[in-house]
Design a protein around this ligand. Structure first.
Ligand SMILES: *Cc1c(COP(=O)(O)O)cnc(C)c1O
Length: 438
């Protein structure tokens, strides 16, 4: 199957090209020429499947034979080794916990699949020698990407993060790994880290000397596995004999990759009545829904840091899928909450429903309660474990929050950090020196 660019419908790429490049040369996002629709019998049979079986079936349909069946089977079974439970709060509200992977954020789902698919392409290109993954991060992305590629032979990962701006546990989640993961502390902001990576992709010497790839959320290989859990939620509801005839998903949004994945699942035939997009005060998409005008803005820091994006980079996919502003408004109800509302929701839900929401999940949960109509079944997507922001959570609920084992092992871990001044010359030198040593 071919993939086109959302900026130039005539541009064509194979799945391999789309996944390795990430972004089309004209800056557009890759979309499949045809979205396969699942047979109705599949929906009926889903509830008898395990998560891995379901993930394999959905990925096979979505990729339509582009990856050999046995290869795809191994990639999917290895990527989806952790559970994605649909839990109920004391009041019976549904929360889909996407955070039981190795770094306890939903990004594990997308990055584990992407890493394994990229590795498959690497093994088919011995001339590349090593594949170099460059990733700027303010926390969640860096740890999920680093963990997904950790100890993979023939792959080097460079995680660039702003000095002083990443919380301690999140930093340890990538900076303690060592092996093929280099943590680069940049004396600058997150935007500086992003620019360094963008400059690297444009630099002729670097591209001559080494094979570079990005692991950003625009990569189609992250979208495919994220469709899976929408189907999985439906299957769990059927298993619980819940009414799925008016299904509504509430999604905490930043770069809109998660929401785009849900819309893709719907396009593949999953019966979803509508989606609720929820942002914090970085409410670019909310403003677009209300006004029809898309205006990126400088990022504002919040207590839900993974939602702090001033220019949601999967926006093009949403427009491509739903066609127009009108189409988007029919399918999506948009909400936006500030820090005080997030805190209030966490406190209230903890006291009234005995469920501890992390700040990202809290926005989705609040919007779900606000937006649902009688007769509808809502599912709020829970994108991070509350203990990832332990200190903040303890301040909010005034109680101790225990660290699960996946996180506690990082508390006293030794960090290996390469410090660097903010400047492209220094970054280029670092990459070239490492390339020579390999
Ligand atoms: C990345 C992230 C999001 C936002 O997902 P998008 O696909 O960028 O919209 C939400 N919550 C958490 C915890 C995240 O790490």
């Amino acid at each position: 199957m071919n993939y086109y660019s959302t900026s130039d419908l005539r541009h064509k790429a194979t799945l391999e090209q789309a996944v390795i490049k990430g972004l089309a040369p004209d800056g557009g996002l890759y979309m499949p020429q045809k979205i396969p629709v699942l047979p109705a019998a599949f929906l009926r049979n889903m509830s008898a499947m395990t998560l891995q079986e379901l993930a394999y079936a959905v990925a096979s349909f979505a990729l339509n034979g582009d990856v050999p069946a046995s290869v795809l089977h191994d990639i999917v079974f290895d990527a989806f080794y952790f559970d994605i439970p649909l839990v109920k709060t004391a009041n019976g509200n549904n929360v889909l916990e996407l955070f039981h992977g190795p770094t306890m954020a939903f990004k594990d789902v997308g990055t584990r699949f992407m890493a394994r698919l990229l590795n498959y392409y690497r093994t088919r290109h011995p001339e590349w020698r090593t594949l170099n993954v460059l990733v700027p991060t303010s926390g969640d992305t860096g740890s999920a990407v680093a963990n997904s590629f950790w100890r993979m032979p023939g792959v080097n990962v460079y995680v660039l993060y702003p000095r002083g701006a990443v919380n301690k546990i999140q930093k340890a989640q990538f900076a303690s790994l060592g092996s093929n993961v280099t943590a680069v502390e940049v004396n600058g902001s997150f935007d500086d880290c992003k620019s360094l990576v963008e400059d690297a992709f444009m630099d002729a010497d670097l591209n001559e000397a080494m094979r570079l790839t990005s692991a950003m959320s625009i990569n189609y290989a992250r979208i495919v596995p994220q469709m899976v859990y929408y189907f999985w939620a439906y299957a769990q509801l059927v298993r619980q004999q819940a009414d799925v005839s008016n299904l509504v998903f509430a999604v905490p949004c930043s770069n809109l990759g998660n929401l785009a994945s849900g819309l893709m699942a719907q396009a593949m035939g999953l019966p979803v009545k509508r989606f609720i997009s929820v942002e914090n005060q970085n409410n670019i998409f909310y403003n677009y829904v209300k006004t029809g005008v898309f205006t990126p803005k400088p990022t504002q820091y919040s207590i839900a840091p993974a939602l702090d994006a001033g220019c949601p980079n999967n926006f093009g996919r949403i427009v491509d899928l739903l066609g127009s502003h009108e189409g988007i408004c029919r399918q999506i109800h948009a909400y936006s909450y500030d820090d005080n509302q997030i805190i209030e929701t966490i406190q209230q839900t903890y006291h009234d429903e005995d469920y501890l929401l992390d700040p990202h999940t809290a926005v989705a949960y609040r919007a779900m309660l606000q937006d649902l109509r009688p007769g509808e079944t809502g599912v709020a997507l829970a994108t991070a474990h509350p203990a990832k922001l332990k200190t903040l959570m303890e301040r909010i609920i005034n109680e101790t929050v225990d660290l699960p084992p996946q996180l506690s092992r990082f508390v006293s871990a030794d960090l290996h950090v390469t410090k660097m001044n903010n400047g492209f010359t220094a970054f280029k030198r670092l990459l070239l020196d490492n390339a020579e040593r390999c």
